[in-house]
Design a binder for this molecule. Structure first.
Ligand SMILES: Nc1nc2c(c(=O)[nH]1)N[C@H]1C(S)=C(S)[C@@H](COP(=O)(O)O)O[C@H]1N2
Ligand SMILES: [Mo]
Length: 310
């Protein structure tokens, strides 16, 4: 794995968001600046993704710095400390890679990663990510709606839920030698949540191929739910009739429910969810219902008791 050189200058400070997508101008800026000795040469580390459509949806929140997004991670397969995934994920092999899609579908299929990268136009999606631990980030993902994949396998009328399974390989993923979670990592969504356009399969961030510590080569991102719903390094997607049991529900059923909607009114049994610390900021900010996506997703839960269904 390439090492990110540490820099005293945060990438977000030297590259205004609008410039991230104009790679030529960005390179001119950074090359010019590094030649003049102002900047280290590798603010970014990865390979560029081609043909990424710029975001249409403007979020007023400032983007979290690339360095923070890629060095402060939860990916228990590589250890439980925030810096572990960046240090240990180098052993993850992202090629060859496939996602098997099976279960209640007419057209079960094994998708190769090269096919997944071209399945639908790659779009930038700037989403807030709110961790259940009461911190958050703003991340410019690159991907497309999960619905693009699901419609190709033709879910049957029995497909009520979707289960996501991450890679299990104790050699590549040294954290799996400890029983911190029941491996492989499993998550799940109701079918309408999975089909919602905000739910994406992400293959990159900041215009680059997904860093390993962020869930390479392909992961889920569900922006109105706590971060743990967004399973990384996915190898299997199963459409099922019954609500799946997720790794976190197994680990602590009273703490991590199936729905996991970001809800400032429902505290975690051990801490409040009313506020969050945006990584890179000092003061805490109030947490928004559905992480700020209520206009788009609240109707999915009309008539449901979201205190019972937490
Ligand atoms: N396979 C797997 N996926 C995972 C996790 C994990 O430990 N293993 N952690 C989750 C949690 S708790 C969060 S907050 C997000 C963090 O994503 P990020 O590191 O890209 O910010 O990934 C989620 N997806
Ligand atoms: Mo999290």
């Amino acid at each position: 794995m390439k090492q990110y050189k540490s820099t005293p200058i945060k990438s977000s400070e030297i590259t205004p968001p609008a410039l991230f997508f104009d790679r030529r101008r960005f390179m001119q800026l950074t090359v010019g600046a590094s030649l003049s000795g102002l900047l280290p040469s590798s603010v970014f580390a990865g390979e560029q993704l081609a043909n990424v459509k710029k975001t249409t949806e403007a979020l007023s929140d400032k983007l979290t710095a690339y360095k923070d997004i890629t060095t402060y991670n939860n990916f228990y397969e590589f250890g439980t400390n925030k810096e572990d995934p960046a240090q240990n994920a180098g052993s993850l092999k992202t090629r060859p890679w496939t996602i098997t899609v099976e279960g209640e579908v007419n057209k079960a299929k094994v998708f190769d990663i090269e096919e997944l990268l071209k399945l639908a136009p790659l779009e930038e999606r700037v989403y807030r990510l709110r961790c259940v631990e009461a911190w958050s980030m703003v991340i410019p993902w690159v991907g497309y709606s999960l619905a693009e994949l699901l419609k190709r396998v033709e879910p049957t009328s029995k497909a009520k839920y979707v289960e996501f399974v991450s890679l299990e390989d104790h050699e590549q993923m040294p954290g799996q030698k400890s029983a911190t979670l029941d491996w492989p990592y499993r998550e799940g969504l109701r079918i309408d949540e999975a089909m919602h356009p905000l739910t994406i399969l992400a293959v990159g961030l900041y215009g680059e191929v997904m860093p390993k510590q962020n869930g390479a080569p392909i992961r889920l991102v569900v922006p109105w739910k706590y971060g743990y719903k967004s399973a990384k390094s996915i190898v299997k997607i199963r459409l099922v009739e019954e609500q799946p049991v997720t790794s976190w529900m197994k680990a602590g059923p009273s703490e991590y429910g199936f729905y996991s909607n970001v809800n400032p009114a429902v505290d975690h049994p051990r801490w409040t969810q009313a506020k969050e610390r945006r990584i890179g900021e000092f003061l805490k900010r109030p947490t928004l219902p559905f992480n700020g996506y209520a206009d788009q997703v609240a109707q999915l839960y009309s008539g449901m008791d979201l205190i019972k269904n937490f």
